[in-house]
Design a protein around this ligand. Structure first.
Ligand code: ADP
Ligand code: MN
Ligand code: MN
Ligand code: MN
Length: 371
């Protein structure tokens, strides 16, 4: 089997001829949702007679939940509720990508197999803590694989040189797959996703990008859409992006999704006191957080949070200034300026950002609302 897909070698010049045909008044709108695995994304496209100006212009739609692990018994029609609209970087203006929530026909959130609709609850919590002006920034790490599952650019036999030269690297012998990174970055900017940076990671073929800071529910919406764009760009190139938190066993770093958090009072002078208070609250709910920091209740993160490779042990809670081996890190600059934000390094790359930001707000913010 070749390492890139067959469809990636179709004639792209021919494709361009059709893509540049005028499309009249019509608009192609791609509805995107999280499936029953809590990790996978699904999408389907419909024609609208004119360009929608906001999500309010978008009709609800349905799909067959029995094919996505989301249906219950004989009622397999699930509802797609548009929640956030982006420009489509693949079919271009005026076409749209639309992130949707999934509801049952009774209009309750879909909860089959796994609680795949965490957005519903997250949104309610974010509404409650709105007054604290919570900001979140997330760092999405991922690993490129060939369609055969072998890490992209790794030798067929044996291993690449040990870690040390790959992080933030440049050069054909150490930065593998930058085309994908560059195209994903541009596509996110075009779409209107708040992507704020990117870098090559410690393991070869592993990369990171950052989203945010955004206020409230926004970061998770934008992160999910950035993941869709990533998978879609990779499809064009014929390779696969995996969010597995420990794709390679052995002396190779895993992949996380660090979450950076602040409230208005943490960002103000002497805000460090509020940061320390939040860390104290987090220390009392370590197990609860581990349960929602990957889609399998901690099972995926077990392979990653070993206490080695810039991680803390899954069994212990720890915090420290500039400490990348702790659960919670206070960035050095924040320690010096005595205000800013903190970083929780525990979430796995395949976490659901709705579940993670929601838990963070529940633990650190809910009881401050009426102060
Ligand atoms: P590192 O790799 O050193 O942890 P990055 O630059 O990759 O740092 O990520 C820093 C993250 O912190 C970004 O996602 C950014 O959006 C976020 N961030 C910066 N300031 C704040 C803040 N005040 N509140 C919440 N998040 C923040
Ligand atoms: Mn980072
Ligand atoms: Mn990183
Ligand atoms: Mn980080």
């Amino acid at each position: 089997m070749s390492c890139v897909s067959d469809s990636s070698s179709l004639n792209k010049a021919l494709r361009q001829q059709y893509l540049s045909l005028p499309q009249g008044p019509f608009c192609q709108v791609t509805y995107i949702w999280i499936d029953g695995s809590g990790e996978g994304l699904r999408n389907k496209t419909r024609t609208m007679e004119s360009e929608p100006k906001s999500v309010a212009d978008l009709p609800e739609w349905t799909f067959d939940g029995s094919s996505t692990g989301q249906s219950e018994g004989h009622n397999s029609d699930m509802l797609l509720i548009p929640v956030r609209m982006f420009r489509d970087p693949f079919l271009l203006d005026p076409n749209k990508l639309v992130l949707c929530e999934v509801l049952k026909h009774t209009r309750e959130p879909a909860v089959v197999l796994l609680e795949s609709n965490h957005r519903n609850k997250c949104n309610k919590v974010m509404e409650k803590v709105k007054g604290l002006q919570p900001w979140f920034g997330m760092e999405q790490e991922y690993t490129l694989l060939g369609v055969d599952g072998h890490p992209y650019g790794w030798p067929r036999l044996g291993f690449p040189k040990p870690q040390g030269l790959y992080y933030c690297s440049v050069g054909a012998d150490r930065a593998f797959g930058r085309d994908i990174v560059d195209c994903h970055y541009k596509a996110c900017l075009y779409a209107g996703i708040k992507i704020t940076g990117t870098n090559a990671e410690v393991m070869p073929s592993q990369w990171e990008y950052q989203v945010g800071p955004c206020e409230g529910i926004e970061v998770a919406d934008h992160l999910w859409m950035s993941r869709f764009v990533l998978h879609r760009v990779c499809e064009d190139f014929g390779v696969v992006a995996t969010l597995d938190p420990k794709p390679m066993v052995g002396d190779w770093n895993g992949a996380g999704c660090h979450i950076n958090v602040s409230t208005a009072s943490m960002r103000e002078e002497e805000g460090i006191e509020h940061i320390e208070k939040a860390i104290e609250k987090l220390s009392r709910r370590h197990e609860e957080h581990i349960r929602v920091y990957d889609p399998h209740g901690g099972e995926d993160n077990k392979r990653r949070l070993t206490g080695r490779h810039e991680t803390s042990s899954i069994h212990d809670f720890s915090a420290g200034v500039a400490n990348r081996g702790a659960s919670i890190r206070i960035p050095r600059q924040v320690g010096q300026e005595k205000c800013g934000y903190f970083e929780d390094r525990r979430p796995a790359a395949n976490c659901d950002p709705y579940a993670v930001t929601c838990e963070m707000a529940v633990t650190c913010m809910l009881d401050d609302v009426h102060e």
